[in-house]
Design a binder for this molecule. Structure first.
Ligand code: SF4
Length: 265
């Protein structure tokens, strides 16, 4: 533990944003500009600074499937599975509805836990048959959230990712990266519960899906490149605020570090 300057969630956001810029989440397979602010995975699908996506129910559906594929794995692995589906022209409710469970599992294999995820996708498809996307759009956040949580295989992180990124409604997504970064900085106790952390964001950051979208994506970006499981604290622009600065042990180790992407806004 070290002495550090206090930081609010607002300043924290400003620091992340001024360093990394727009993140362009959630990437969509049919967007083809060669741009990827995250510098990982495919270089297509991102739309930095454009918050009008998703623009139709097909794109909403794709994001919903993507949130399930992204459970317990990196986006890069989830993205491979999504692209496998896209190449077979299967990112559609009608086509997935008639796809055999084992076949689906094999196509999404790269996302890990593929048998369970195939079942979860089928659960979601059953839900969407009874609750079409057009009707879900009209629900209030808390009702939509409860409906999503009632689907077997959908937990708070997946439900909130769907609400935020598929429906552009303001709810903050808490994931393992958020917990790690906030607890290291000293903004939350290490074992804080999901709701406690989410309430903290909702209390301090005005409900705005644009800000919540960027904020979560920026946290992920910082944790993928800097505040990794073995954090690169000497390179971290947040270290004056952080309560858990960990020095890099050797130059050899530092050489292996991934380059830090600097994004022009
Ligand atoms: S990289 Fe180090 S200094 Fe930066 S937030 Fe993580 S633990 Fe703190």
């Amino acid at each position: 533990m070290v002495n550090s300057d206090p930081i609010s969630l607002k300043i924290f956001y400003d620091k992340l944003y001024s360093n990394y810029g727009h993140q362009g989440w959630w990437p969509l397979v049919d967007l083809k500009p060669e741009i990827n602010p995250t510098q990982r995975g495919r270089f297509t699908g991102y739309h930095p600074g454009n918050y009008n996506y998703p623009k139709n129910d097909d794109q909403i559906f794709e994001i919903i499937i993507g949130t399930i594929l992204a459970q317990n794995t990196s986006w890069v692995n989830a993205e491979k599975a999504l692209w496998n589906l896209a190449q077979k022209n299967l990112i559609s409710e009608s086509k997935l509805n008639i796809l055999d469970l084992d076949e689906l599992a094999q196509i999404i294999r790269s996302s890990g836990y593929y048998n369970q995820k195939a079942i979860k996708i089928q659960n979601m498809l059953h839900f969407l048959q009874k609750n079409p996307i057009s009707s879900l759009k009209k629900l209030k956040i808390n009702i939509l959230r409860q409906n999503l949580l009632d689907i077997k295989g959908v937990g708070p992180e997946t439900a909130d990712s769907i609400i935020l990124y598929a429906f552009n409604m303001p709810i903050f997504v808490i994931d393992a990266y958020t917990k790690r970064l906030l607890s290291r900085i000293g903004l939350i106790p290490e074992k804080s519960l999901y709701e406690y952390i989410q309430n903290l964001f909702h209390a301090q950051i005005s409900a705005d899906y644009v800000v919540y979208n960027e904020y979560h994506a920026l946290i992920v970006q910082h944790c993928v490149y800097i505040c990794t499981s073995k954090p690169k604290c000497s390179q971290c622009f947040l270290n004056r605020y952080c309560q858990k600065i960990i020095p890099i042990k050797s130059k050899k180790k530092a050489k292996k570090d991934r380059p830090i992407p600097k994004i022009k806004k």
